[in-house]
Design a protein around this ligand. Structure first.
Ligand SMILES: *Cc1c(COP(=O)(O)O)cnc(C)c1O
Length: 415
């Protein structure tokens, strides 16, 4: 229990995990849409963000859609995922990465995580192709804004003639070997959800170099209307196009992407320095080959410094030990001080809804399928990081004073 609260009162204003950071220009472009009465799913804001994002990311086409999830859904359809197809998917990610596989009747096969960037493990992917050589689709997310091992993953995909869909929802602006994330798949997506590095309040984009794919995505997203005087349909349609008002918010935010990344990076570096001497590490990245966007700063507690923590499906308890801590203690303590952290995204292979889906790991012995975490007992990588890791308050608007206080609160958990 954190006992040194005499010096500390809870934060007057809540310190968020990651909340929208507005600048004013958003209002200008929303108002522009209003004044010109382009209050629908066509207009200059949409055209402009499609142009600017394609240029920024370095792909030929960016198609503005209602959400990142809708973008993933259309990407899955373009990639040709069909009923009954097995699809290799990142395991430690947000469920939206792979829910659209299931919308299309596909079966996610979860691939365990590596320890260097917390993304899909190329070794586990290779093993998965040994078990399921027929698989033709891979969905890869860049967790918390950190690029995965894209070259290794691509090599394996190419050997097997598989298509990659890159979920860059969390990593807009992150760089791997000189190129922006979102271009490493055959199709990519980004998200403008309210908690992402920049936001439209909602929104997403599908990224491709193929003009036919871009045109199809635009057509499908506007109810698949054929070029006829009446509503004529030859294909299944969706109402997935982005609103010109939402695109106005995105348009206003785009010029602040680099500023947000610099703020997030400073937050990460301050945490890293602030936790020196503690038995913890920060979420890792490949310093030689990649520059993350540092969307969320995360902490991993050394195995030897973990106090006992047991998670059920909905609740958790832990036993405080001197000199040790656990994500639950840290998160509960932060919450008492009005700061928002979050557990690591619970791996998909541990989710009740996916309990029957295959899971491929090179490290574990399957024990990660249960919630019982026993240190050193051969859990897979995802379960291990979920048990020992947590996301720290990473809001752009957090002041240095607030962050210093958060660092002290965390440090005290190890007293
Ligand atoms: C946020 C997120 C999505 C979904 O984006 P929405 O715009 O919220 O639909 C997909 N994948 C990952 C990894 C995300 O973090």
């Amino acid at each position: 229990m954190f006992t040194q609260d005499n010096n500390f009162k809870p934060f007057k204003n809540k310190v968020w995990l990651s909340s929208p950071t507005m600048h004013g220009e958003e209002l200008k472009w929303m108002t522009d849409a209003f004044n010109k009465n382009w209050m629908s799913t066509v207009g200059e804001n949409i055209n402009e963000i499609e142009r600017v994002v394609a240029k920024k990311i370095g792909c030929k086409y960016a198609v503005g859609l209602a959400t990142g999830t809708a973008s993933l859904h259309l990407a899955m359809k373009l990639a040709g995922i069909k009923r009954g197809d097995k699809v290799f998917c990142s395991d430690m990610t947000f469920a939206a990465t792979l829910n659209p596989v299931v919308y299309e009747g596909g079966v996610p096969v979860f691939i365990d995580t590596e320890r260097d960037t917390w993304n899909m493990d190329p070794q586990a992917l290779e093993k998965a192709f040994e078990i399921y050589p027929e698989v033709k689709h891979i969905v890869i997310a860049n967790l918390y804004g950190t690029p995965g091992k894209m070259d290794e993953l691509r090599k394996i995909a190419d050997v097997h003639g598989a298509i990659i869909i890159e979920d860059a929802a969390e990593s807009f602006g992150a760089i791997y070997k000189g190129r922006q994330t979102g271009v490493f798949g055959d199709i990519g997506i980004i998200s403008f959800n309210g908690n992402k590095i920049i936001t439209g309040s909602a929104g997403g984009m599908l990224l491709t170099d193929d003009v036919e794919q871009a045109n199809k995505a635009r057509k499908w997203s506007t109810q698949s209307r054929e070029n006829a005087p009446w509503y004529q349909h030859e294909e299944l349609g969706y109402n997935y196009r982005i609103s010109n008002v939402v695109a106005g918010v995105v348009r206003g935010q785009l010029s602040y992407l680099e500023e947000h990344i610099a703020q997030k990076k400073a937050i990460y570096e301050r945490y890293k320095k602030g936790f020196e001497g503690l038995p913890v590490s920060m979420n890792p990245y490949d310093k030689k080959n990649s520059t993350p966007n540092f969307w969320l700063s995360c902490l991993l507690i050394d195995e030897a410094a973990m106090c006992k923590q047991v998670r059920g499906e909905q609740d958790v308890c832990y036993v405080k030990e001197k000199g040790k801590s656990c994500p639950t203690e840290i998160l509960e303590t932060l919450s008492r001080y009005n700061a928002e952290g979050r557990p690591i995204w619970k791996p998909m292979h541990m989710q009740p809804i996916f309990r029957m889906n295959p899971f491929v790991t090179v490290e574990g012995n399957g024990r990660g399928r249960t919630n019982a975490y026993i240190a050193g007992c051969g859990v897979d990588v995802g379960a291990d990081i979920f048990n020992r890791g947590l996301c720290l308050p990473s809001d752009n608007k957090m002041t240095v004073d607030e962050q210093n206080k958060i660092i002290e609160i965390v440090r005290a958990c190890f007293d």
